[in-house]
Design a protein around this ligand. Structure first.
Ligand code: 5GP
Ligand code: MN
Length: 339
């Protein structure tokens, strides 16, 4: 673990022994993903779900809302409880569990429709995450900002908790998927030799990595492809060509029959332009504009998202929400942010 940053923010972090003890004499475990879950949120929760099941625990995965359809192939995805659809069941599962695990996020603010149930919960509570500046008053932490994905943390946690455990195809599929999506298919600076060492072990279970890539990336409908073409057409350069942004309005999204997940990855596209080091993707929602930011090198979009956009994330990938007009947002992006 790399507890330096957490020491600064949170007084208590967990030893390996404390983590092992946490899983002793318990049965029911609830695993919570962040709202609008991505590949790493679903890969890590479902990965740990299957690992725990294979080790005789009774886990439940709760997601605040739906995940994109291209993640439906993940083993166990049919068992996920959605808090927006079944709030009473989600609340009951949390209340009755022996341990709650928050995964791929560590900001209480982001828990949205689960905030009340999670704040009330007073039994064992563990956070497994790799986002910067965690701010949850939790008891137990398995947290490393240097980890390429939360799936990688689940892999490391599993090695500590169940040293004799051998990954199954099911569990390997989940952990491979989340690491693949959070690392831009193993290309971001966050990837380390240890990431590939994990992938080697996961591949040795016999999973077909090319089928996972196809399931996630070759899933476009014709409409989604047309929406991407529009996004590319609307791309605007700023900061003398060092940044680019795209805005899609609700009307434009609806014109192409927008479904959750359809804009996944669009924020990365401008970074393929030579010289562009910062990309902003702004998507109108009911009542606010959803923001995704990506950067290369030393541009810290976590800091930008925190300072200006009610959000956060990682140094090179962050998100947030804008409650003003798009004109104001573009002005902030192009003028207030200095790169
Ligand atoms: P994305 O652009 O894919 O939605 O998110 C990029 C990264 O920023 C993800 O790691 C995500 O967890 C984080 N992120 C996205 N939106 C928010 C937000 O509103 N608040 C915080 N704290 N983090 C966010
Ligand atoms: Mn992640």
């Amino acid at each position: 673990m790399a507890p330096r940053e957490i020491k600064k923010n949170i007084s208590r972090f967990s030893t390996d022994k404390a983590l092992r003890k946490l899983f002793e004499n318990i049965k029911k475990i609830v695993l919570v993903a962040h709202p609008n879950p991505d590949g790493d949120a679903m890969g890590s929760t479902l990965g740990l779900y299957n690992i725990l099941k294979e080790n005789k625990f009774s886990p439940t995965v709760i997601s605040p809302n739906a995940f994109p359809s291209f993640l439906q192939f993940l083993p166990g995805s049919g068992k996920v409880i959605f808090a927006d659809k079944q709030p009473d069941l989600a609340e009951k599962k949390i209340r009755q569990s022996d341990l709650v695990t928050i995964m791929d996020f560590s900001s209480l603010k982001r828990s949205e429709n689960l905030k009340e149930a999670l704040t009330k919960y007073n039994k064992k509570f563990l956070i497994i995450d790799h986002h910067r500046q965690p701010d949850w008053p939790a008891q137990y932490w398995f947290w490393d900002v240097n980890s390429a994905s939360t799936c990688e943390l689940v892999y490391r946690l599993t090695k500590k908790l169940f040293p004799k455990y051998r990954f199954s195809k099911k569990t390997a599929t989940c952990l491979y998927t989340g690491t693949m999506t959070d690392t831009g298919s193993f290309r971001f600076p966050s990837v380390k030799p240890s990431t590939h060492a994990m992938i080697k072990e996961l591949m040795e279970t016999g999973i077909k990595h090319y089928e996972i890539h196809e399931a996630v990336y070759d899933d476009f409908t014709y409409n989604r492809f047309q929406l991407m073409a529009l996004a590319l057409q609307k791309l605007t350069l700023a900061h003398s060509g060092k940044s680019a942004y795209v805005f899609l309005s609700l009307e434009e999204l609806n014109r192409f029959g927008y479904m959750k997940g359809d804009t996944e990855g669009f924020v990365n596209l401008p970074l393929s332009i030579k010289g562009v080091q910062l990309s902003g993707f702004f998507m109108e929602q009911e009542g606010y504009i959803k923001i995704s930011l990506r950067s290369k090198g030393n541009i810290d979009v976590n800091r930008i998202a925190r300072q200006y956009m009610n959000g956060g994330g990682h140094k090179n990938a962050a998100g947030g929400k804008w409650f003003g007009s798009i004109t104001e947002l573009i002005q902030t992006f192009t003028e207030k942010i200095k790169i």
